[in-house]
Design a protein around this ligand. Sequence first.
Ligand SMILES: C[S@@+](CC[C@H](N)C(=O)[O-])C[C@H]1O[C@@H](n2cnc3c(N)ncnc32)[C@H](O)[C@@H]1O
Length: 220
Amino acid sequence: MDAEFWHERWRENRIGFHLEAPNPQLLAHWPALEVPVPARVLVPLCGKSVDLEWLRERGHDVVGIELSPIAVEAFFDEHALPARREVTGELVIWHAPGISIYCGDVFTIDAERLGRVDALYDRAALIALPPELRPRYMAHLAALLPTGAIGLLLTLDYAQAQMAGPPFAVPDDEVRQLSGERWQSTPLGAPRDALADNPRFAEVGLTGIKEQAWRLDRLG
Ligand SMILES: C[S@@+](CC[C@H](N)C(=O)[O-])C[C@H]1O[C@@H](n2cnc3c(N)ncnc32)[C@H](O)[C@@H]1O
């Protein structure tokens, strides 16, 4: 899954992952995490998700990271947010009140560049990455977020042989393994059956798919 795979998806508007309304799991679980306002919330691999705007409207200072300039421009256009662009080397950072989106590869953005972030929202980010990149991604998040940071992570699990991915199946055991010593991962409620409201998964032959929400705590 190289960068070109995602650039092509955005060029061709093949963005079946994009939701027009805030993610129901975000609505259900974020308030219970009691992330203070205005905590700075990191949303890696953010696409043009309307969840960014939902978090901003709650009073958070939102920081997205997204590879595709098409996605970033579309986000600010679709929400009628006038953005200021800051170019630093190869990185372009788009700023509007209450939100900044770093347009670039998440792995090239270090804590110094990002500044302090207090919380994390990961929807369709970990599960967008192939297995070999996931440990590096979780370690990278641990480097970006300080001890005590709280996160909401959404994962999918299904028989990987039934679909190539992305999104990839990331079973509970893998979440626990990836969490390692840097993260504590706690399931939030029972897994949700995600087949009924995602016809695209049934269409490609999946016979079942479960979505699990997790609370992540960055350990010391
Ligand atoms: C499955 S989409 C999910 C987007 C968003 N989280 C949502 O819920 O709509 C994954 C996104 O990650 C972006 N992406 C993939 N690899 C990336 C990387 N290494 N750095 C930054 N963004 C990346 C893609 O361009 C794509 O928009």
